[in-house]
Design a protein around this ligand. Sequence first.
Ligand SMILES: [Zn+2]
Length: 221
Amino acid sequence: MESVFVVVGLLVLFFFFVQKRYAKQDELKDSHYKKKGALLNMKEMAFYNALLSAVGQHGIIMSKVNMTSVIAPLETNKKKWFIANNRISKSYFDYVVCDPRTLQVRVAIELDDGRELDKGKVERQKLLMHVCKSSGIPLIGTSVKHSYQVSRLRRLLATHIDLIESEKEVRFCKRCGSPMVIKTATQGDFQGRRFFTCSRQPQCTYTENYNVIFDEEDDIA
Ligand SMILES: [Zn+2]
């Protein structure tokens, strides 16, 4: 008699299992999809092409990369971790340029679409600047205009990506007139960033920014 109950019990369990399983499948089948258009719109595409020719073989460009694929919260507290992760989970980087050998992200690029500043846009820029500063990823804010200025784009990138050689530029020291040389900062806030320094160092200590750096200007803020 007992074994009958066991068998019935097992059958009931099996029934629920099967029903649950098939019910789930039905739910999935009920959802239908259509293919969307191109991954990038015309403006984004124009900028992507400009980036491609600026970077050449020296970097791999990825577009619309979810932030959580690139950065993670630096929290040990579980609750704080989830809050921090939530903040970035739905946001993406417009473009990232990666090292072609390791696919490490070297620089993030935000494309200003020219839309007026609204609350959403301001919030996004705040988030972008904070996460990039906090995680040490250089951020370049740029606009669609640069789609037509590949050489300018190249110079902007060359500050952060040592693999990219921008057109040879000769500069002379504004203090003593000697030729200047390019060096890379090895410490401090500008670590990894290139700059011009007088070749007469240490006699002359004049240095100059490699170029106008957008992420330090108001261009993105
Ligand atoms: Zn000098």
